[in-house]
Design a protein around this ligand. Structure first.
Ligand SMILES: Nc1nc2c(ncn2[C@@H]2O[C@H](COP(=O)(O)OP(=O)(O)OP(=O)(O)O)[C@@H](O)[C@H]2O)c(=O)[nH]1
Ligand SMILES: [Mg+2]
Length: 356
């Protein structure tokens, strides 16, 4: 069994690529499964993968490293139930040190033997911005995590190349090659099937890692501070109205506007709108406004559920108040906040840290 571990910063495109790759494999008759991961409990990504009829399990309430037993249990569970050829495992976007805390323990504790490959995703615009020496978006220790994620990568997927023009792309490539030229780099547009096929071909073609990985030299205090600088807000909202769908879109737009007006840096705002059988994922990332589809057939249902996963550089209480505040103002509709959790991730305490 092959395990394709997919890391990289919040909003860099991991889930988008995994979903397309999984669909590609399923089309070609392969058995695949996905494991998602989040610090919170209600995950947009899990529901998104599920809505495409892809087998998925989730590790919640902590990173793969801190919840290693849950990860292992899901891998073993899939092995017994589906016997997949490939498992994609997406780690939390603010997580790093995957070699020592996830890959090495998986290799050392394996029973049946599996190959592991790590792909680390990066949004080309954000990476280019950092490589120009601009460090003003996030706290220094968030930048530290970003750098450590790329440092431990064998394979870097420089993603979203479609968002740059030719000149910007050439310029970004020069900076990236200068810094990371010694690593394998794939420039990708994950919205294109052709690029996804190239990525999975690369993953399939080379033998995966079955030897332990060099341990990253990392300061866990800085890592912990970087994680804690980002607030996590998960909220599930029920909207009952003739125009329930329009109201959900309005909440997304107002939430984004309120956060950006206050200059709070966004890691990722993920939304899942569920109405009847239909589910739509909408995202806003560090450098992109919400990707609300232009042509959407508005669902006829009066009841819509909106799931919000927000990762923003601010105190969790402030993030929570922004969302609750704007919901309270929308007096025309019946809007109920069903479940809500807001927190800063705690100090990362990996179950294993196997050094080489
Ligand atoms: N234009 C463009 N958009 C992309 C590409 N890949 C992903 N996106 C968009 O980027 C946003 C974030 O994508 P996700 O796949 O959810 O990112 P992620 O890395 O899984 O984020 P986290 O789960 O928060 O860590 C979504 O709006 C995607 O549609 C790409 O290659 N090009
Ligand atoms: Mg994701």
């Amino acid at each position: 069994m092959k395990i394709f571990l997919v890391g990289g910063f919040l909003g860099s495109g991991k889930t988008t690529a995994i979903k397309s790759a999984a669909q590609h494999f399923i089309k070609t008759g392969r058995r695949i499964a996905v494991i998602t991961n989040d610090q919170g409990l209600e995950q947009v990504d899990t529901r998104f993968i599920q809505s495409h009829h892809i087998p998925v399990e989730e590790v919640t309430g902590g990173c793969f490293c801190c919840k290693f037993d849950d990860l292992k249990r899901h891998i073993d569970g899939f092995e017994k139930s589906l016997n997949p050829e490939i498992i994609f495992a997406e780690s939390v976007g603010s997580c790093t040190d995957l070699g020592a805390t996830v890959i090495n323990p998986l290799l050392q504790l394996k029973e049946n033997g599996h190959e592991i490959k790590l792909s680390v995703f990066a949004d080309i615009r954000l990476l280019g911005y950092f490589l120009q020496g601009k460090k003003d978006i996030f706290h220094g220790n968030v930048n530290y995590i970003y750098e450590k994620q790329l440092e431990e990568a064998d394979l870097i997927i420089v993603n979203k190349i479609d968002l740059l023009n030719d000149e910007q792309l050439q310029l970004a490539k020069i900076l990236i090659e200068k810094e990371y030229g010694h690593k394998k780099i794939l420039y990708q547009n994950s919205l294109l099937e052709k690029d996804i096929i190239d990525w999975v071909a690369l993953l399939m073609q080379e033998t995966g890692r079955n030897e332990t990985m060099q341990t990253l030299d990392i300061d866990y205090d800085r890592y912990a501070e970087g994680e804690a600088a980002l607030a996590w807000l998960d909220e599930e909202i029920s909207i009952e109205d003739e125009n329930a769908f329009g109201i959900a879109i309005q909440i997304i737009q107002d939430f984004y506007k309120a956060i950006t007006e206050k200059n709070f840096s966004i890691g990722h705002l993920k939304f899942l709108i569920r109405s009847g059988e239909e589910e739509i994922k909408i995202s806003a990332t560090t450098l992109s406004a919400p990707d609300i589809p232009k042509h959407i057939e508005k669902p006829k249902t009066r009841n819509v559920h909106l799931l919000v996963n927000a990762r923003v550089q601010v105190e969790p209480e402030i993030l929570e108040d922004i969302l609750t505040g704007l919901i309270t103002k929308m007096s025309s509709a019946q809007i109920i906040e069903l479940k809500k959790t807001a927190f800063s991730p705690s100090y990362p305490k990996p179950m294993y840290r196997m050094q080489t």
